[in-house]
Write a protein that binds this ligand. Structure first.
Ligand code: 5GP
Length: 193
């Protein structure tokens, strides 16, 4: 998505070797017009799929999931909650996720009330790095007996390999921008094929 790549080049800040800060438009301050275009782009890519629900993860995925849901006829959005609680109740699905940005594992959980057998799920998130968050959500969808129809990511950091792993599992993954390298603070995108 050219508009997104342009914005990343203008406003993205590279921190160290592998963190991209885009909080001026994506995950702290939000550019709603850009979000609207992001919703349109995911609808265009996944237009032939029947989607019953959007699943994301708190907090930065929520706004994105809502604009995408609007494009799919205002289907419900469910966000997985992050918790360090060990005493998870029986009425939640949960999966352990390792966060490389926080360098620790945490549980993501979704109430059994909001994810059901047979539902067609589109997963949306802001970033894909090592792919652990997406694999955790995919695990929760499996536990519910629902079907993962696809994954929409705004920024994939291709050099961290999670996207390639998710694709190799046969999951339909669409990333609107794939950053191939961030050497010396210079952002280069993967050419689309
Ligand atoms: P993964 O599970 O794919 O390794 O990491 C994905 C999650 O980590 C995303 O939900 C996002 O919140 C966070 N994340 C990973 N890399 C970055 C990054 O470069 N910048 C920001 N802002 N968040 C990131």
């Amino acid at each position: 998505m050219e508009l997104l790549k342009k914005r990343i080049l203008e406003d993205g800040v590279v921190i160290g070797k592998d963190i991209l800060k885009v909080d001026s438009f994506l995950n702290h301050q939000i550019d709603v017009a850009l979000f609207d275009e992001i919703g349109k782009a995911f609808k265009e890519y996944f237009k032939d799929k029947k989607i019953d629900k959007i699943l994301t993860i708190e907090a930065s995925g929520i706004g994105l999931a809502c604009v995408v849901a609007q494009r799919f006829g205002c289907v419900p959005v469910v966000f997985a909650k992050k918790t360090s609680a060990l005493n998870l109740s029986a009425d939640v699905y949960h999966s352990e996720v390792y966060s490389f940005t926080k360098q620790r594992s945490y549980n993501v959980m979704v109430s059994k009330k909001y994810l059901h057998q047979g539902e067609n799920i589109l997963v949306i998130d802001d970033f894909l790095a090592n792919g652990k968050a997406i694999l955790g959500l995919s695990d929760i969808i499996d536990q519910a007996g629902a079907t993962l129809q696809g994954v929409g990511i705004v920024i994939e950091k291709g050099f961290q390999g999670g996207g390639d792993e998710v694709r190799s599992m046969g999951i339909d993954l669409k990333s609107l921008a794939i950053v191939e390298s961030m050497e010396d603070g210079k952002i280069l995108f993967r050419e689309e094929i």
